[in-house]
Design a protein around this ligand. Sequence first.
Ligand SMILES: Cc1cc2nc3c(=O)[nH]c(=O)nc-3n(C[C@H](O)[C@H](O)[C@H](O)COP(=O)(O)O)c2cc1C
Length: 169
Amino acid sequence: MLKRNLAELSVADGKLYRDAMARYAGHVQLVTTAHAGARRGVAVTAACSVSDSPPTVLVCLNHNNEKNQIFFESGVFALNSLAAHHQPLSHAFSGLENLSMEERFAQGNWETLVTGAPALVDAIATYDCRIVKLVPHATHTIMIGEVAALRLGGHEPALVYMDRSYRTL
Ligand SMILES: Cc1cc2nc3c(=O)[nH]c(=O)nc-3n(C[C@H](O)[C@H](O)[C@H](O)COP(=O)(O)O)c2cc1C
């Protein structure tokens, strides 16, 4: 049994990798930006802290999706950490219903902090960032952002994605 697992691990198998990553429990966040009169938001789990000195976060975005170029052009993003009650908002921003950006943003209340990126008013936390580095690798670009402004929301249960479905923590 152990041998079989090791053999599987040695194969560069995208499906096996995706099945393994499905077991990763990730806090769902909305990464947003605004540029040249347009807004965009994307539901992500590939985002985390880099450093507290200076406060810095990273987000991995699929650059094969042409629509994500606006993030790299704007030079700013806001990372909005979602609460359990934001599940419909996450669904809208995951592109599964093919809604326009206006329809997606209409499902939440937004304002701006310092950079001009849309900040979700009732997020658990919002990290308003200036991009300091873009690191393209394979299908994704790692956006490293220094936190220009930060807003803390309430202490609420977090929206988590694991085993290809939403959970609450
Ligand atoms: C739970 C969840 C997590 C996701 N995490 C990421 C991520 O970390 N990075 C990414 O580029 N896309 C991620 N996606 C996919 C994007 O949300 C999706 O491709 C995008 O919203 C499609 O937008 P579009 O229809 O405007 O092209 C995730 C989707 C879901 C449902």
